[in-house]
Design a protein around this ligand. Structure first.
Ligand SMILES: Nc1ncnc2c1ncn2[C@@H]1O[C@H](COP(=O)(O)OP(=O)(O)OP(=O)(O)O)[C@@H](O)[C@H]1O
Ligand SMILES: [Mg+2]
Length: 158
């Protein structure tokens, strides 16, 4: 099997009136299954731009991006949304938990969007909460958790 993530010669150019910003200038990156990768660099060097493309939240100006063998570099919004739902998990710096939903309902949300049955959602959410040590908090609201616990809920959801 090929690489899980494969970026080839990726450019991202922003046009701001007369000015053009070369946020990404021909980057190449491969990530294989099971690899842990950190992107580091000075402020403004293009990390978030790259992460937005890798996360299928944005498309490059040019270059190709294969995710799990699928060319995702030229997708429309709703195709990207489907790929994000099925293949990607996001742990945001702000955890973006829905305040009115319980911990378990928050974890179930991507499965709800994916059309998974109520019973399977419940099972998978509880399993995933067990893995981060929070099954006993599943009926709490996010506001009733510590910061670290909220972060673990967002990990379980991802
Ligand atoms: N929507 C945009 N329009 C124009 N220029 C942009 C846009 N988004 C980002 N840029 C520019 O692209 C470059 C890369 O930005 P990016 O956000 O990827 O940097 P970063 O590495 O994540 O920085 P930081 O560490 O500060 O978060 C910067 O020069 C930024 O000003
Ligand atoms: Mg950034």
């Amino acid at each position: 099997m090929g690489h899980l993530i494969e970026l080839k010669d990726i450019y991202k150019i922003y046009h701001m009136g007369e000015e053009t910003v070369h946020a990404l200038d021909g980057i190449n990156l491969t990530v294989d299954q099971g690899e842990f990768v950190a992107i580091v660099g000075s402020s403004g060097s293009g990390k978030s731009t790259a992460m937005n493309i890798i996360g299928c939240l944005d498309v490059p100006t040019s270059g190709t991006y294969h995710l799990g063998g699928i060319d995702v570099s030229t997708m429309e919004d709703d195709q990207q949304a489907e790929i994000r739902n099925k293949m990607l998990g996001f742990i945001f710096q702000q955890y973006n938990l829905i305040p009115k939903l319980t911990v378990q309902e928050n974890v179930e949300l991507p499965l709800l969007y994916a059309g998974v049955s109520a019973e399977e959602r419940r099972e998978r959410a509880i399993q995933s909460l067990e893995r981060v040590g929070l099954a006993d908090k599943r009926k709490n609201l996010p506001s009733q958790l510590s910061g670290g616990q909220q972060q673990r809920v967002s990990i379980a959801r991802a």
